[in-house]
Design a protein around this ligand. Structure first.
Ligand SMILES: C[S@@+](CC[C@H](N)C(=O)[O-])C[C@H]1O[C@@H](n2cnc3c(N)ncnc32)[C@H](O)[C@@H]1O
Length: 331
């Protein structure tokens, strides 16, 4: 599938979700996808969340803040966890509800603004993927304090943040969405100095969402475990990425939607392919709102990493940190 196909597949069918209102005063790019049941706006579950799932107790209590249309909430609910999904977007929450109803999953939902919403009770995991950077610095710092306080001993917090730089500035879509540039490098990790930081990935990733062109995100991904509890111990393994340097023009020439066979023909064998399989119905990528089985492979050419989902390229990244895999062994 070409980039043009991906754009065209986003027909203007916002009416498909019925009467969910626009989020007041905000027309960020994701609202269009959230209002369209025929596309996946953000793709399938994040690989760090899939990895984390094997550390969670059965029927874990999981809070997904800024859940969007629910790719991680949906994946975890499908594994039997008790998930609550929260987002400011009424359209996003409506889509979560409709997708969950179709799949027969239970997901508790709430439309709420994280400027005001604070977790209560005790959670085995609290996720905030791509959202705290839409809050001003004192607000997210206060929210993170509450997230930590309401995480059970041995429980998990997982964040993905965008740290745009002069070299990789925020694309217009992020500025229109009122992105705040409120997190400094290592600032969030610093807040977790007294927890076990299991993942702290830094990379720049290019991908595409329905209705907007390919763009890059400098990503700062943090997974931290609160001390205590008796869950499985994390074991960190460095990915043997090799020392190949992929020429930049070759990296830039890898289009979203490219067939894996074409990727192989153009770029040759990677040093390693890291495969993750999520069985059952999952949110898909681009025009595939849901898919039956989400097979994510990370193809490592040194620090150039290509994301292949169900045999097509759906992202590519340049890693600054050492890529790792996390395994969870019984204590
Ligand atoms: C980049 S999207 C990420 C969505 C989802 N976490 C994912 O990974 O697919 C950012 C999300 O944050 C939500 N958001 C932005 N500001 C928010 C706020 N103040 N309160 C709650 N949600 C917010 C948006 O509505 C949007 O769904």
């Amino acid at each position: 599938m070409s980039q043009a196909d991906i754009h065209d597949s986003h027909s203007d069918s916002a009416a498909a979700t019925g009467s969910a209102p626009e989020t007041p005063g905000r027309p960020p790019f994701w609202e269009k996808g959230y209002g369209d049941m025929s596309v996946s706006t953000m793709g399938g579950p994040n690989h760090d969340i899939v990895e984390l799932a094997s550390a969670l107790p059965p029927r874990a209590r999981v809070l997904d803040l800024g859940c969007g249309e629910g790719r991680n909430a949906f994946f975890l609910a499908g594994r039997g966890h008790r998930v609550k999904a929260v987002d400011i977007s009424a359209k996003g929450i409506r889509k979560v509800e409709r997708l969950a109803a179709r799949a027969g999953f239970e997901i508790e939902t709430e439309v709420a603004d994280l400027n005001d919403f604070r977790p209560t009770g005790s959670w085995d995991a609290i996720l905030a993927h791509g959202v705290i950077d839409y809050l001003e610095n004192p607000v997210w710092r206060e929210l993170v304090g509450e997230i930590r306080a309401h995480t059970a001993p041995g429980g998990w917090n997982a964040y993905t943040c965008m740290l745009f730089t002069e070299a990789y500035p925020a694309p217009p879509e992020f500025l229109k969405a009122e992105f705040k540039h409120s997190i400094a490098p290592f600032e969030l990790a610093g807040v977790y100095g007294d927890w076990e930081i299991v993942r702290h990935d830094r990379y720049v990733k290019w991908d595409q969402h329905p209705g907007i062109p390919i763009h890059c995100h400098p990503v700062d991904k943090l997974t931290a475990r609160r001390p205590g509890g008796d869950g499985p111990a994390p074991r960190i393994e460095m990915v043997p990425i090799g020392d190949r340097v992929m020429p930049r023009d070759q990296f830039d020439g890898i289009d979203m939607g490219m067939d894996a066979a074409e990727l192989l023909a153009r770029c040759g064998e990677p040093a390693v392919i890291d495969r993750t399989t999520m069985d059952g119905v999952q949110l898909g990528v681009g025009p595939n709102t849901t898919v039956d089985g989400y097979h994510l492979s990370l193809w490592y050419y040194g620090s150039s990493v290509i994301y292949v989902v169900n045999d097509r390229v759906w992202g590519r990244a340049l890693y600054n940190s050492v890529p790792i895999r996390v395994h969870f062994d019984e204590r």
